[in-house]
Structures are given as C-alpha cells and as structure tokens.
Design a protein around this ligand. Structure first.
Ligand code: NAP
Length: 293
C-alpha cells in the first residue's frame, strides 16, 4: 500500500518523509515536492493520484507566506483553498483517505481560554480564510479525512521563529519580541509522530472514515512569542543570548492580522490518538540535536 506525502521539502513534509519510511515498513512512502506535484496544477493532481492510487494522502504542502497572502490572494486561495478539494475528490474516487494540516489562524483569537474544534471560525487574514476554505472543501467531498489544526510550527529546517531567533542573535544584542500573542509552539517532528499515531490507531487507511473530522494537534501548554524566545535562549545548547524586550503586537505591525489567543484544546486528539508532548519538552528535544550555537 502506498502513502503519498505532499510538500516534502517543507517543515512538516520533511519530518514525515524522514519518519514514516522506517516507522511504517509495510507501506511504500512516496514523498513529493513542489516540482513533482505543484498543487496549483489541478490536472497534475488528478494525473498523479490516478497513476499512483495511494491508500492514504498526507497533504503537508501549503501556501504558508502569511503576510504575502494578503496581496497574493488568488494564489493562496488556489493552493490552500481549492487544491485540497481536488486532492479530496480524487482520494474519494480511488478509495483513499486524506490527512490534511490546517491552522490556528482559522480563529479570531478573541476567546478567553482554549479554542475547541466546535468553536466558530472567523479568520482574520487571507491565509486563515484560504486554509478554512481548504478544510471546508475536504469535508464537503465526503472522503475519509482528518484535518489536524496546528500552530506555531518550528524545526531545524525551513522558515520559522526558532531559526529566525538564532539568526538574529548572531548580529543583534537586543531583540524586541511580541508578548501579547499566545499559542503553542509545535515542533515539526511532533506533528510527524502525531500523524504516525493516527495511522497506527486507524489500523488501515480505509478504516479512517470512523475517525473523520477536525482535531487540534499541537504541543500541550502554551506561551507567548516572548516566552518562546526566552525558552530558546535559556537552552544550554544556545550560547549567544541577546537581551529580550517584551513588545506588543501594535509595536510590530504586519500586513496580516494574527489572532491574540491561538491556544487550542487538544483533548479530542489525545483521547483518540494518545498524548502530545508539552511545548517546552519538545523544544528541549529539538535543540538537543542542534549542537552548540
Ligand atoms: N508554519 C506554521 O507555523 C504553521 C502553523 C499552523 C499550520 N501550519 C500548516 O501546517 C502545514 C505544514 O506547514 P509547514 O510549516 O511545513 O510549511 P512550509 O515549511 O512552508 O512547507 C510548505 C511546503 O509546501 C510547499 N508548497 C508551496 N506551494 C506549493 C504548491 N503550489 N505546490 C506544492 N507544494 C507547495 C512549499 O514548497 P517550497 O519549499 O517550494 O516553497 C513547502 O515545501 C501547512 O498546511 C500549514 O498551513 C503551519
């Protein structure tokens, strides 16, 4: 049986491509990057799905340039909103299941306390709207699917807050970090492990129908971007330690509006598939791999 992983050069896609082949030896893992499967080319999606006929598709590809999406609306909507629907329609046709990643940015951040999966979605940005449209297209297709809403993804490759902090610390003695947005920093490897837990729990892709739906899937606990930065620079592997100043969202304006509260309740995922690590223990594990910086 085949598992098709899209976006295999991305943070989550590369973590999946590294973990799944050795963890699931009974499956053939076919990990494709943008050059092999460009999600904006719907004809190519159909062609590849019909040629490979995977039992499971894991869609880790997405348009993730949150600020750029404010001006590249059509492209963000095509890749995040429409393409997942084409993948889902194809998966349904060939009897496959679909695991898809979505985002905390479907919420408006106004809630006091953690968001639950049934809360109203009110995205504040084009990116959030495009991801929500993708979720809706998948659900409407009727394919067996899991939508894993995650947040604040980081790892040792790609573009993310952790690597930005380490890069800035090479040249700056002081950093201003936003302290009034809270969420759960989530290691890309945690998401690969969580996806593996889903596949193992389902037993086989065609048995995923009973598990279909939306799940919050991010690290346990929460912090602010400022707290995340403090934890990064407190780690023994990191030797350059700039002075960190807490600033507000208003001090650091961006084209896309971010939710103030991105904290998601993960009890539904944990009840179905097992525990997720705390954000700080995952950060510690991630940085243990980094060597001394
Ligand atoms: N990053 C976060 O903080 C975050 C937070 C919440 C949810 N998520 C969701 O988590 C999932 C994985 O995100 P990530 O952090 O791994 O993102 P990422 O590192 O930006 O990876 C996304 C991958 O998608 C690829 N891609 C972009 N446009 C494509 C297209 N038209 N066709 C095929 N591939 C395309 C990119 O290719 P190139 O390398 O060629 O650009 C990249 O390899 C996404 O669904 C994202 O929306 C991410």
């Amino acid at each position: 049986m085949k598992i098709l992983v899209t976006g295999c050069q991305g943070q989550v896609g590369s973590a999946l491509a590294a973990l799944l082949p050795q963890a699931l030896p009974a499956y053939e893992i076919i990990a494709v990057d943008r050059t092999q499967l460009d999600l904006s080319d719907f004809g190519r999606i159909r062609e590849l799905m019909q040629a490979l006929k995977p039992a499971l598709v894991i869609n880790a590809a997405a348009y993730t340039a949150v600020d750029q999406a404010e001006t590249e609306v059509a492209q963000a909507m095509r890749i995040n909103g429409d393409a997942p629907g084409v993948l889902a329609e194809q998966a349904k046709q060939i009897g496959a299941a679909l695991i898809h990643f979505s985002t905390d940015y479907v919420y408006d951040g106004s809630k006091q306390g953690a968001w639950v999966e049934t809360d109203a979605t009110v995205p504040l940005s084009v990116y959030g709207r495009s991801k929500l449209a993708g979720e809706q297209a998948i659900a409407a297709s009727g394919v067996p699917h899991l939508i894993l809403r995650t947040s604040w993804v980081y790892g040792l490759t790609g573009k993310n807050f952790l690597l930005t902090m380490l890069r800035l610390a090479q040249t700056r003695d002081t950093l201003g970090i936003v302290a009034d947005q809270i969420g759960a920093p989530t290691w890309s490897h945690t998401l690969a492990e969580a996806t593996l837990a889903v596949i193992r729990r389902a037993g086989a892709p065609h048995q995923m129908a009973g598990l279909s739906g939306i799940y919050h899937c991010c690290a346990a606990g929460h912090t602010s971007w400022f707290g995340f930065a403090q934890a990064i620079f407190a780690h023994p592997a990191i030797t350059r330690r700039p002075v960190l100043n807490a600033i507000t969202t208003a001090d650091y304006p961006t084209p896309a509006v971010r939710p103030k509260n991105s904290v998601m309740d993960i009890r539904k995922f944990e009840a179905a598939f097992g525990p997720l690590p705390s954000w700080d223990s995952a950060l510690d594990a991630c940085l243990r791999d980094v060597g001394t910086v």
